[in-house]
Design a protein around this ligand. Structure first.
Ligand code: BT5
Length: 267
């Protein structure tokens, strides 16, 4: 019988990923403050490229810009991947690759309600079901990326903007096949990114619901209001303000402004 509330069977995941570039080695903790933090420590201690860190209870999960990621214990996929791409790898494609990997993992269960919100939220019925936090470190000309992904599978935190996969499927799901599928899809999209980053960005762009809408962007350089008209070849958001000036936004947060609002709860 499947134990939806039991501990993650991480050995099942490692078995399924034996010999793969991502997940050949899986590190599991019942509880840890943050898998991204642990991944960084393990990476500094020499953990191999493609090592996967998972936990059942993340007590101080991190979002972007100092925010928190909150997950009820044993309910979700909480994972960080250590990736050391070749020097020529287009790092800007990593976040789109990760978002597409999550989208492909969830699509069999919820294709019609799935969308992406710039820069890296995955939404189901316009509510956030997954978040991605990529942290980069450089040493001796080489980059290490810690790719952190949280997916709400059987529960979501008590936030009006959050949902979980089970809310859409109406049934609780085993987390192991989702994690195995996610690692497989991530490996595929990272490979594709190094061969053709433009193809990855084109697919990612196609799933972005942010485009064409009037938005308010909070960026490290200040606030911008206008219409999200496109993304550029590096994934930056292009916003046209009311004077017609195009702003290129590499990092920030986006909310819809009044006349774009419909039922888009996660905005
Ligand atoms: C993110 O940040 O969405 C990135 C989340 C990354 C989490 C993973 S879990 C594994 C790894 N280890 C970590 O410590 N982190 C990564 P951001 O775009 O800043 O969104 C954070 C905001 O989303 C919060 O301020 C809340 O409003 C909301 N939020 C928090 N927890 C949520 C959840 N479980 N589901 C949906 N929304 C959530």
């Amino acid at each position: 019988m499947l134990m939806y509330d039991g501990p993650l069977d991480w050995q099942d995941v490692e078995r399924a990923r034996r010999g793969a570039a991502i997940g050949n080695r899986v590190v599991y903790r019942a509880a840890t403050p943050s898998t991204n933090l642990l991944a960084r420590e393990l990476s500094q201690q020499g953990a191999l490229d493609g090592t996967v860190i998972v936990c059942d209870d993340q007590t101080q999960g991190r979002g972007r810009l100092g925010r928190q990621w909150v997950v009820p214990p044993r309910s979700g996929v909480t994972v960080s991947i250590i990736k050391r791409p070749a020097p020529s790898f287009p790092l800007f494609a990593l976040a789109p690759a990760a978002a597409l990997a999550v989208a492909d993992t969830l699509a069999p269960y919820a294709r019609s309600t799935l969308s992406l919100k710039w820069p890296n939220d995955v939404l189901l019925s316009n509510k956030k079901v997954a978040g991605i936090l990529i942290e980069l470190e450089q040493a001796n000309e080489c980059w290490t990326a810690i790719i952190g992904i949280g997916i709400n599978v059987n529960a979501a935190p008590d936030l009006p903007t959050a949902t979980c996969l089970a809310a859409v499927t109406g049934a609780r799901l085993a987390r192991e096949p989702l994690l195995i599928g996610l690692l497989c899809a991530l490996e595929r999209h990272i490979e594709l990114s190094s061969e053709s980053p433009a193809a990855v960005l084109a697919r990612w762009r196609g799933l972005l619901t942010t485009l064409g809408l009037d938005i308010h962007a909070q960026t490290p350089r200040g606030d911008i209001r206008g219409r999200a008209v496109d993304v550029d070849e590096h994934g930056a958001l292009l916003i046209r303000d009311h004077c017609g000036v195009i702003h290129v936004v590499h990092a920030g947060d986006v909310t819809l402004t009044a006349h774009s609002h419909g039922d888009r709860a996660a905005e």
